[in-house]
Every structure is written in C-alpha cells, then in structure tokens.
Design a protein around this ligand. Structure first.
Ligand code: SAM
Ligand code: SF4
Length: 351
C-alpha cells in the first residue's frame, strides 16, 4: 500500500531523506531525536470548559465513527511499542473518563504489554466511581488537573461548579493505590497568589503538585506572551512561604523541574513550557482522537493513521506513515513572543 507522505521542509534531497529514514530504527526525526512517549487522545469531549483550553460551548461533537475505537487504539499501541520503540503511553483528551470503555481499553493494552507504563491525564470528574476498576485494569499512573481549591474560582476557570467531584476523584485515586498521584495546575494570573495554598493542600495529602506554564493552545486564542505567568513568578510566590531546594528533574527527559519543599519529603514541580524550550529533548508523539499523528503541539503537520488503518494497511504501513511525519518534525517552535496559535486547541490535540 502507498502512504502519502506530504510536503516537508528538509533541505536534503528526497533520496537522502529516504535512505536516512530507512537506516534509522524507531520513531526518529531528522534532527536526531527519538520519540518514546506516546500520548493518545481518546475524545475531544469534556465535562469541563477550562478557559485556557476549551471554548465555552465545548468543541464540536465528533460522530462516534470518527473516533478511534478501543481496538484501533490497541492496534496503534501495538505498532508503536512493537515496531517503533515507544516506551510509555498516556491516555488523555478532551476528558478520557468520558469514554465508557476506558477500563476495557486499559485492560486490553495491559494484556498485550505486561510492563508498559500506562498513565492517564484526567480532570477527575467521575473518577470516584472508576479509580479502583482502572487500577485493577492495569493503569500505572495518574495525573489529575486542579488549578485551585477555592470552589468559586474553580467554577470561574472551568465554567462548571464541580470542585467537589474532582476532590472525590483525587481521594479515590489515592485509595486505589495509583501512587504517586500527580496534580497538574496551569499557572494563571488569577490563581497566582493562591499557589502556596494549593501547594499546602497537596502536601497535606501526599500529592505531587506540578505547575505548568499556560501555552497558546486555548480555543479562544486569548493567551498573550506579555501576560502569561512564568515559572519564575510561581517560584517567587511559593518562595515567600517555603524554602525551596532544587533537586533536578523527575527523570532526565521530563520537563518538570523539581524543588524540595522545606527540607522534604514533599516536592513541587514547575514545567516552564514557554519561558524555556524543551524542543531539543522532546521525546513525545501524539495521536489525536480521530487518529492523526501530531509530532509537535505547535505544528499543524499531521498524518492520518486512521485512514491507513481503515483501508486495510498492515503494521508496516502504519509504522511507515508514523515514521514519515515524525521525520519531518521541526527542530523547535517559535519563541513565545511570536508564536502563533496553532489550528487546534489543547483539548482537540490531547495534552
Ligand atoms: N481533561 C484532562 C485534564 O484536564 O487533565 C486531560 C486533557 S487536558 C488537555 C491535559 C492537560 O493539559 C491538563 O493538565 C490541562 O491543565 C493542560 N492544559 C490544557 N490547556 C492548556 C494550555 N493552554 N496550556 C498549558 N496546559 C494546558
Ligand atoms: Fe477539559 Fe482538560 Fe481541557 Fe479542562 S483542560 S477543558 S478538563 S480537556
């Protein structure tokens, strides 16, 4: 089967690119990076409407047949792990808990890949009922998003009054043994002064908090390079209340820089996605809910793996298409000051 690879911007001749691509195993790009971390979006529907991600009305509803089925997701994970050297996966969205088949999907991936780390990023709504089943199905790790523990502020940010459900989900994840539970908080101007309160709340529960700089991936395109909250600002506010000692990174490839809080054992992480570029060590590859590989959050260059799947492509065809779009991944994105909003917002890509 022929896979359409599409245009790319490499200056090398087509022949040189083809032979370099054939000679290098795994999911490599032309700048020498290898993708090991696969993020799969399971839906772009969501139970919240966070203003830095979704429009108030939500993203357009995707007909069920456009979404990858659980079997198709498992097949792509098999190809990623078996043919392309993927070493860990994360299920995300939209809100992955919207998928009623999530437990079955995790169990099916686990059945094929006994030792593969399988992580979930979720807003926590509905998790209270499902955390035990997800852990039993073979989920390895969980990240739950929470920007504030103030109910009114939570409702303003997410446009939904659901803080209690999120906290119940966090408690259930801890009770189900999905340790360590990590909390993702987007650094926002309106919550900055309350960052120490959120940290205290997390430390008291043994949760690992990580602040993430907001990226220009909001559906309303209001992100502004002059006003987003930087990692340095978060650190300065936390530093007014705590002694923070740098302790390096979560792991060498991970973008979160960790600080020990007041001599430990608690830590806080900060992901400076905008004020520092991680492009040079990027090891991520993403698949959208409708089965398009998107090597870079900020580039609209994608390839349609679902079309390859549904037209009877075999594993080699899928691997070839995936490798082709990865090969042409650009070296890095534009600096924050000139970075344009990509066509898709975070909820439509899979964060
Ligand atoms: N709905 C799930 C959740 O909120 O955890 C999973 C999908 S969400 C897109 C994944 C992560 O992306 C969340 O931690 C969220 O806070 C983060 N996120 C969304 N929009 C963002 C933006 N514009 N900049 C930085 N992080 C963002
Ligand atoms: Fe939904 Fe997650 Fe986006 Fe919030 S960040 S709107 S919870 S997908």
């Amino acid at each position: 089967m022929n896979v359409v690879v599409g245009p790319h911007t490499d200056t090398a001749s087509g022949e040189t690119v083809r032979s370099a691509l054939t000679a290098t195993p795994g999911l490599v790009d032309s700048h020498g990076r290898r993708a090991r971390d696969l993020r799969i979006s399971l839906t772009q529907a969501c139970t919240l409407r966070c203003h830095y991600c979704m429009p108030a009305e939500g993203l357009p509803l995707m007909p069920r047949e456009e979404l990858l089925s659980a079997d198709e997701v498992v097949r792509l994970v098999d190809v990623g792990v078996g043919e392309l050297g993927i070493e860990e996966i994360r299920l995300t969205g939209g809100e992955p808990l919207v998928r009623k088949d999530l437990e079955q999907l995790v169990a099916a991936i686990r059945e094929h890949h006994e030792h593969l780390p399988i992580a979930l990023t979720t807003n926590g709504i509905g998790l209270a009922r499902r955390a035990t089943a997800l852990a039993a199905a073979g989920l390895s790790r969980i990240n739950i998003s929470l920007d504030t523990v103030d109910p009114a502020q939570f409702a303003t940010i997410t446009r939904r009054d659901r803080l209690g459900d999120v906290i119940a989900g966090i408690d259930a994840a801890v009770a189900a043994g999905l340790q360590p539970v990590k909390i993702n908080a987007v650094a926002l101007r309106e919550t900055l002064s309350r960052a120490p309160e959120l940290l205290r709340w997390c430390l008291d529960r043994g949760l690992r908090l990580r602040f993430i700089e907001a990226m220009p991936l909001d559906a309303d395109a209001t992100w502004d390079a002059r006003t987003y909250v930087t990692a340095a600002e978060v650190l300065a506010v936390l530093g007014e209340y705590h002694d923070l000692t740098p302790v390096g990174r979560d792991d060498p490839g991970a973008p979160a820089e960790l600080w020990q809080v007041d001599g430990g054992p608690g830590t806080v992480g900060i992901i400076a996605s905008m004020s520092r570029s991680f492009c040079g060590t990027c090891d991520r590859t993403r698949i959208t809910a409708e089965g398009r590989v998107r090597p870079c959050l900020f580039s609209d260059d994608e390839i349609d793996l679902r079309a390859v799947l549904r037209s009877g492509g075999d594993d080699a065809d899928l691997a070839r298409a995936w490798r082709a779009v990865t090969w042409r991944k650009s070296a890095g994105h534009q600096p924050a000051a000139v970075l344009a909003h990509p066509r898709r917002s975070m909820g439509a890509i899979g964060g």
